[in-house]
Write a protein that binds this ligand. Sequence first.
Ligand code: ZN
Length: 83
Amino acid sequence: MSAGTIKKAKALAKDGVVMIDDDLFQVKSSSDPSKSYMVTSDSCDCQGFKNFYKFHHGKGLKANCSHIEAVKIFKSESVKKTK
Ligand SMILES: [Zn+2]
């Protein structure tokens, strides 16, 4: 995970994540604010996520993207808040 992705994810977690259901989130695109992606804890419908499996299919790697990272940060932040 690159530092740039983490930085993007942190910014998105702050004001780009909307919780829809327990494991379903709507995350704004960082490059195009009019777009958003449907994200769960291990899947995302952005192009980067789809491409990951296209290029690394069958290698047992887990795809990741700034949106999934943002949801992870968002979740850990909300846990902190409710405690
Ligand atoms: Zn994504």
